[in-house]
Design a protein around this ligand. Structure first.
Ligand SMILES: *[C@@H]1O[C@H](CO)[C@@H](O)[C@H](O)[C@H]1NC(C)=O
Ligand SMILES: *[C@@H]1O[C@H](CO)[C@@H](O)[C@H](O)[C@H]1NC(C)=O
Length: 275
């Protein structure tokens, strides 16, 4: 799963898909910002560490920043479960703004929930120059199923499952739990719009739309969404391509271009798809 992502990634980022001119391809060393997934950290040698090594091997001299949320690796992992996503995105924006190597623009690559958070970052921090956004298995329409955890930390995962079952939209659970902030119950759209601290906002779900969100997303050169055909992390996996349940029955999955998010062009997806 990781390798498939990385091969495709290198192709996209070195421009072998996007740029036709081989001379230009060789010179493209746009920096890359990575955001890790749930249960992982910026600097785990077996996950993000190997992605960084691979990118630097394929694109010699490229600058890669793997985002650390918090001041060390342990905090970074814990924050992936327990830090308000809105605050995480603010911190990430600030880290990127402070890094002079990124002021000329960069590609952003997010893994699992990191792919969703980076989309939020593109929409909210319009001053940053994100060129291509790659979301690898990012739950763009949220999840409606119990997440499986990477790694061995089953204690935290069991705890999260219990809380989500207890009531993802209960206000203290919303505030406490990252995964509750992108929990999306297809049979309770109204409650979701009112109570979801993150996803309902970033998907411009409510009555008052944020006009900057579509404008900022449309500035991307490319939005690449990688969906895994056998994913057990994101439920339903169609969410990785912006597919979601039909609100009429809460059961059937609609493809991305039949969802309200697309037909009403709430975040600029239709424009990106048709230009
Ligand atoms: C960015 O720089 C500002 C000003 O120097 C500082 O206050 C802030 O804490 C920095 N943010 C991060 C995330 O490093
Ligand atoms: C939706 O997207 C699919 C795949 O890109 C395409 O084949 C189909 O025609 C689109 N449907 C509409 C209603 O635009």
């Amino acid at each position: 799963m990781r390798l498939l992502g990385v091969c495709l990634l290198v192709q996209v980022l070195t421009g072998s898909i996007i740029l036709q001119d081989p001379e230009q391809q060789r010179q493209d060393r746009t920096p890359i910002v990575l955001w890790h997934g749930m249960g992982d950290s910026c600097c785990n040698p077996f996950s993000m560490g190997s992605v960084i090594n691979l990118l630097q091997e394929k694109i010699p001299g490229v600058y890669v920043l793997s985002l650390m949320i918090g001041s060390n690796v342990i905090q970074d992992t814990e924050n992936g479960f327990f830090m308000n996503i809105n605050d995480q995105i603010s911190e990430a924006c600030s880290t990127i703004r402070n890094d002079s190597r990124l002021t000329g623009g960069f590609h952003a690559v997010g893994f699992s929930q990191g792919g969703l958070f980076l989309r939020g970052l593109v929409q909210r921090c319009g001053d940053l120059k994100v060129r291509n956004l790659v979301s690898i298995g990012g739950p763009q329409q949220g999840v409606y199923g119990l997440p499986h955890c990477l790694g061995e930390d089953h204690t935290i995962c069991d705890y999260i499952r219990r809380l989500l079952n207890y009531g993802a939209y209960t206000s203290w659970i919303q505030r406490l739990l990252v995964q509750a902030q992108y929990w999306h119950d297809p049979r309770a759209e109204e409650e979701f719009s009112e109570k979801s601290l993150f996803l309902a906002d970033i998907n411009n779900q409510g009555e008052k739309m944020n006009p900057e969100y579509p404008l900022n997303l449309e500035k991307l050169e490319n939005l690449l969404l990688v969906k895994f055909s056998r994913d057990s992390m994101v439920d339903p996996k169609d969410s990785e391509w912006f597919g979601w349940f039909d609100p009429a029955d809460g059961l059937t999955i609609l493809p991305f271009n039949q969802t309200k998010l697309y037909t009403q062009d709430r975040i600029g997806l239709r424009k990106l798809d048709t230009v």
